[in-house]
Design a protein around this ligand. Sequence first.
Ligand SMILES: NC(=O)c1ccc[n+]([C@@H]2O[C@H](COP(=O)([O-])OP(=O)(O)OC[C@H]3O[C@@H](n4cnc5c(N)ncnc54)[C@H](OP(=O)(O)O)[C@@H]3O)[C@@H](O)[C@H]2O)c1
Length: 341
Amino acid sequence: MLAYSYSQYGSADVVSRIEVPTPIAKPDEVLIRVVATTVSAGDWRARSLTMPKGLGLLGRLVFGITGPRKPILGTEFSGIIDKVGSEVSTFQAGDAVIGFPGASFGAHAEFITMPADGKLTKKPDTVSFAEAAAIPFGGTTAYDFLVNKAKLKSGDRVLINGASGSVGSASVQIAKHLGAKVTAVCSGKNTDLVQKLGADRVIDYRTESIVEDGVQYDMVIDAVGTLPWSQAQHAIRPGGKMVLIAGKTSDMFFGGLKATIKGKKMVGGVATESREIVEAVVDLAAQGILRPVIDRRYAFDDMRAAHAHVDTGRKMGNVVVAVMPKVSTEIAMNTKDLVNV
Ligand SMILES: NC(=O)c1ccc[n+]([C@@H]2O[C@H](COP(=O)([O-])OP(=O)(O)OC[C@H]3O[C@@H](n4cnc5c(N)ncnc54)[C@H](OP(=O)(O)O)[C@@H]3O)[C@@H](O)[C@H]2O)c1
């Protein structure tokens, strides 16, 4: 099968096309033909080894000391089950699925294997393969931080910094669904987008101050890493929370203490990856509550260009790569449509 791999950390140029044996599903696994995948911030971080200041060594411990430990990137995908292992009864060949290998990577390939009881669920018919591929990374991160970790409530006033990214755009939609009043921070060009996603108010970070005199929120979410605690604290009401999805190293390590001293809370860490959370966000997508934002679509041949676009740091929502541009009913036995991804 064809796949994209990298053997050293660096720019999009380190990604190259290779031919490798198609993996074989173990008895408890399924083999999936990938239809669409994305280049996510997770791929960018692992490939470029861009880490918050002082965490370069930690990055190498996670991604590989002398070079990448997982040479095939790709954190999320949509696809069609090709073969099931002998012990698998929950999926059958032809099922359309959404998978989230996440930190295990491996979706930038024509085929991938996953445990049948892993982060894998059936694709709703109402969601296209392209949209489906773009649900897990941003959707599960937003869901885990807002719902599970920070316990956002109806009526909460929330500020979301980085609202136009993959995590930010999912956060705006999930926060609105939960009944929050959302102020979204993005650059002027993305104002329309975040308003369409449901934001009640928009702050253009290029021309306005994010922290405004006298305006306080129940929760401030940083989904891009440009709003340090030193600034954010002034926008959080007493007893309110900062949700640090991305941020400065000192805030990651000492933010909890700094917040407690000020009578506030800091919620941070790494998003939990689980099948339950994937199912929860796919269910929201099936109901039309979470619509993944797609910025650009690339052909599989143009994987490097997709990486290069993500490297600009300006992507709007998600960047989708069509691995199999047309899905025939013959392959997707349980999918009614002949789809252009
Ligand atoms: N803690 C965890 O477990 C976890 C999990 C997933 C992701 N993350 C991290 O979360 C961050 C966001 O991920 P993502 O996938 O959402 O990234 P992304 O989609 O690549 O973010 C790109 C967006 O960021 C916006 N942006 C850039 N600079 C900005 C600024 N100064 N202020 C406000 N918005 C700005 C850009 O909009 P403009 O063009 O308008 O500037 C663009 O739309 C990454 O650092 C990622 O590593 C953490």
